[in-house]
Design a protein around this ligand. Structure first.
Ligand code: ADP
Ligand code: MG
Length: 720
């Protein structure tokens, strides 16, 4: 008899075990039993092709009539089309980029096919149907009848290992499985009316009742959620126990002088978040906090206050920014907000003061040398920089706080590289303007405490967003340029954003996930001269993109901030953080090329002053197309949380969780962070109770957690 830990080869034989290992990495019976069906075919509910209507969920028994594969001409990829017939009519099955299925779909062979009926060119079709081919040599009636149950499971499979073969192996494993002890404590199963682990596995692999199967699936999903939360909470506990130097608020300090001179009042949200951070900094353990805030909610001043608290205690602060434009702007903002408090070291500086130092990759040697010396001597209290801060030559006297702005651009590795420059674990504050739902935050940033800033400062202007669908309404584009002129004539400034620098260079790979040809995309270096010579003749126009030297970028941003440029034509280098209050209009070219959150970030650059902001999304996408619907969603709301949900829903799970979770991804077979939010919340609460009461009371659960920790250890070695 077998247990979950038994070798797979002992149950399914060496040959099959090898295939499972090469395809899915499985080695044990437990691994195999946690390979779950994607869906079920229902025997006895077969439809005739003739009777299918668009939108039907259908299962048919049919014979392959013909198969053809072809490459697309205009874009990458292949399309496989199989025509099947059930004697009443023909139906086309299509698969994109899955040419290997040609081996499955042999002409003359029969199978069960399931999917949603669609129409293409007036013909009925199933796109990416699930199917189960009937093994050669079986006559159909006995093959269909031969499936053990009324519901036939369809597994994630491949040509080498078809679904029926997987079902066979799983049946073997289930039959040979000894009594298994349940890793989930009995009280939790009873509380939720969940079946035992064995019942759940039998029910999900060999269902006789789909309602019971649904509960089995929920229980198995809960298993994953609970273990994941236990893992994250335990890691957090480890971090919490590390020592750090407490940096409490000092009366009569830089921070107090700063607060006294602040030209505005902090919002209630800012006050609350600032208090959370102050409490963290005053503790003997390192802060690990994520500050997520709506675009324009005022995170920068919060970061600066945290920095001053630390500087008041003799520590240094490093702020890591994703781009040179943003790093330079932060330095200017800090210098401006600090006034003479930031003139430390200069003749006649205030009695208590510090200095803000900039470090970026493209500074000249002399500037760099000076900056490095100031960082090393400790005279630079606040160091703002790009990833140049991570370089080996950068040494701090006493790095006490690391602030990471726009976290989504950095990986855990970079965060850790910076932290390792401190002799004792520094406090950590990461900030992001891409707000994410709570359960995603809990999972992706599981080791961080989360603070959220939702409200915008009083008097912040609204932003209106409209679409400019140039295919249907070409004259809207002319109207757009007129609008630009109007805005400028009222003394305001305008951003025009384009996806590419030149015809063949894009700014970053971010939008590449939206596939398609890109030769016809608007480019900064083409649009600029064109507008200058045409529609925007006479206006002061300047380009800005990542290929320019940092001097040029810096000069351009300074000139724009000073109102010496009317129209900035740029790539997404201005996506994050850029803050020019007089800019009121943003035109985004080929807006469908950008992600939802990215568009939200971009338009957050306007409406920052006393006049309302307007954002125009220029697009060639067609009405009703998915990209058009996405743009309409962006236009319909300015709630960043709602938009990030829309954004996340369109990404695959792996992209949602990011690479740092790739290790545990294989352990998340059923769990989906967005769909299973409620379940994750419950699991979080239960996991917290289990950890508080001591997990050792549940030895099997503890063992399962240890195993998961080992499996994911390589990804999660936290150098703190
Ligand atoms: P983000 O959270 O997007 O990084 P910023 O920190 O850049 O936002 O803040 C946006 C603008 O709002 C800045 O010009 C900042 O000085 C200003 N600001 C921040 N807090 C307040 C406040 N409480 N009242 C008025 N203006 C504020
Ligand atoms: Mg910011």
């Amino acid at each position: 008899m077998a247990t979950f830990d038994s070798k797979l080869s002992g149950v399914v034989g060496d040959k099959t075990a090898k295939v499972f290992h090469s395809l899915f990495g499985y080695t044990t019976v437990g691994d195999l039993l946690h390979h779950f069906p994607r869906r079920y075919l229902v025997r006895g509910e077969l439809s005739d092709i003739k009777e299918l209507k668009e939108g039907d969920e259908a299962t048919i028994l049919a014979k392959v009539h013909s198969v053809s594969a072809r490459r697309f001409q205009a874009r990458k990829g292949t399309m496989l089309e199989a025509v099947v017939t059930d004697g009443t009519e023909k139906l086309s099955l299509t698969f994109f980029n899955q040419a290997w299925r040609e081996k499955d779909l042999k002409v003359g062979s029969q199978g069960l096919f399931a999917g949603k009926v669609g129409m293409f060119n007036g013909k009925k079709q199933l796109a990416h149907p699930d199917y189960e081919m009937i093994p050669d040599g079986n006559d159909v009636d006995s093959a269909v009848a031969g499936f053990a149950n009324q519901y036939i499971p369809l597994y994630p499979s491949s040509a080498k290992l078809p679904s029926w073969k997987i079902a066979q192996s799983i049946t073997l494993a289930l039959t040979s499985l000894d009594d298994v002890e349940d890793p989930i404590p009995l009280y939790l199963l009873e509380k939720n009316n969940y079946p035992s682990i064995r019942q759940a596995l039998v029910q999900i692999h060999q269902p006789n009742d789909l309602d019971a199967t649904e509960i089995a699936r929920e229980r198995l999903t809960f298993d994953e959620a609970l273990l994941l939360q236990l893992l994250l909470l335990k890691r957090k506990e480890v971090l919490r126990k590390l020592s750090a130097i407490a940096r409490p608020h000092k009366p009569g300090s830089l921070l107090d002088s700063f607060d006294k001179d602040l030209p505005f009042q902090l919002t209630a949200g800012q006050v609350a978040v600032a208090a959370e951070i102050a409490a963290d900094l005053a503790a003997n353990h390192p802060m690990h906090r994520l500050l997520q805030g709506e675009v324009g909610s005022g995170k920068t001043v919060i970061a600066l206050r945290a920095a001053l608290t630390v500087i008041d205690n003799g520590g240094q602060v490093a702020l890591l920014a994703p781009t040179e434009v943003l790093a330079a702007q932060h330095q200017r903002t800090f210098a401006k907000l600090l006034g003479e408090l930031g003139d430390g070291g200069k003749l006649g500086s205030a009695e208590i003061s510090t200095s803000v130092t900039l470090l970026t990759g493209s500074q000249n040697a002399a500037t760099r040398k000076e900056a490095l010396a100031a960082i090393k001597s400790g005279s630079a209290g606040l160091v703002v920089g790009t990833h140049a801060l991570l370089g080996e030559s950068v040494e701090f006297k006493e790095l006490a706080l690391v602030i990471v702005d726009e976290q989504h651009r950095f990986g855990v590795e970079q965060r850790d590289a910076l932290k390792s420059k401190a002799s004792i674990t520094p406090h950590l504050l990461v900030m992001t303007a891409t707000p994410i739902p709570r359960t995603v935050a809990m999972t992706v940033f599981g080791d961080l405490d989360v603070s959220t800033l939702k409200e915008l400062p009083l008097g912040r202007q609204s932003i209106t967003t409209h679409l400019v669908p140039v295919e249907e309404k070409p004259h809207f584009l002319e109207r757009t340029w007129e609008r630009v002129r109007e805005e400028v004539s009222q003394g305001h400034q305008v951003y025009i954003v384009a996806p590419r620098i030149s015809a063949d260079i894009s700014e970053d790979a971010d939008f590449e996930f939206l596939t398609g040809e890109n030769t016809s995309l608007t480019a900064v270096e083409e649009l600029g001269p064109e507008l200058q010579a045409g529609a925007l003749n006479g206006l002061r126009i300047a380009p800005l993109h990542g290929r320019q030297s940092s001097e040029v970028k810096d000069e351009t941003m300074k000139a724009f901030a000073a109102g010496e440029i009317d129209v900035l034509i740029s790539t997404t280098v201005i996506e994050v953080g850029v803050d020019v209050a007089n800019a009121t209009l943003m035109v985004i070219m080929d807006a469908d090329r950008f992600g939802v959150s990215q568009l939200h970030q971009l338009r957050g650059r306007v409406g920052r002053g006393t006049s309302p902001g307007l954002c125009l999304l220029v697009t060639k996408s067609l009405a009703e197309s998915p990209s058009r619907l996405r743009l309409e969603a962006v236009a319909s709301t300015t709630d960043g949380f709602e938009l990030s949900r829309i954004d996340l829903e369109q990404r695959r799970e792996g992209d949602v969780l990011g690479t740092s979770q790739s290790g545990s991804r294989s352990h998340l077979r059923l769990l989906r962070v967005l769909r299973d939010e409620a379940l994750i919340e419950v699991a979080r609460t239960e996991a917290q109770l289990i950890i508080e009461n001591g997990i050792s009371a549940h030895s099997l659960l503890e063992a399962a957690l240890k195993k998961l920790e080992l499996d994911t250890a390589t990804e999660f070695i936290d150098k703190s």
